[in-house]
Design a binder for this molecule. Structure first.
Ligand code: SF4
Ligand code: SF4
Length: 146
């Protein structure tokens, strides 16, 4: 496992219900690093972004790429990469962030849930991947309704 180093992107972007922290707001306990590290909420201590797990390149750390990538699996539907924008200026064309996003979108069997700072979410990926993903999602929803 890597070390977060100077990154504290998830302490800004994510809502943390235990400490009533809203999304896109710097945590009140963040002062360079977490000032309550030993007793931080479980939501914080249990979170590892994709970069921290070693799934992205060294220079794609969220504070450098402007993107937090989280890998997860939606039951019966498949793997998803959720990508949160942290710093919009870092994802302009030709930057590390834009190259990272383009790579994820083009990857085989990859579905990207792309969340902007406004909170708007877009589903990105190869057209065939999106089609398969949506079909499976509808199938799962119908099975749950029956
Ligand atoms: S976004 Fe990832 S690398 Fe950055 S502080 Fe959070 S877990 Fe660590
Ligand atoms: S409590 Fe600590 S780890 Fe959790 S969001 Fe705040 S600064 Fe980050």
């Amino acid at each position: 496992m890597r070390d977060c180093g100077k990154c504290n992107a998830c302490c800004i972007i994510f809502p943390i219900s235990e400490i009533k922290k809203e999304r896109n707001t710097k945590c009140k306990y963040l002062d360079g690093s977490c000032t309550i590290y030993a007793t931080r909420p479980k939501t914080c201590s249990s979170y590892d972004c994709s970069w921290l797990k070693g799934n992205l390149m060294e220079n794609e750390r969220p504070d450098l790429s402007g993107l937090i990538v989280t890998n997860s699996i939606i039951e019966s539907v498949g793997p998803v990469s959720t990508v949160h924008v942290v710093y919009e200026d870092l994802i302009e064309q030709g930057t590390i962030g834009s190259l990272l996003l383009n790579r994820l979108i083009k990857e085989e069997n990859e579905i990207v849930m792309f969340q902007k700072l406004t909170g708007n979410v877009s589903v990105l990926g190869r057209p065939e991947n999106i089609k398969n993903f949506m079909a499976k999602a509808v199938e799962v929803r119908e099975q749950r309704i029956q």
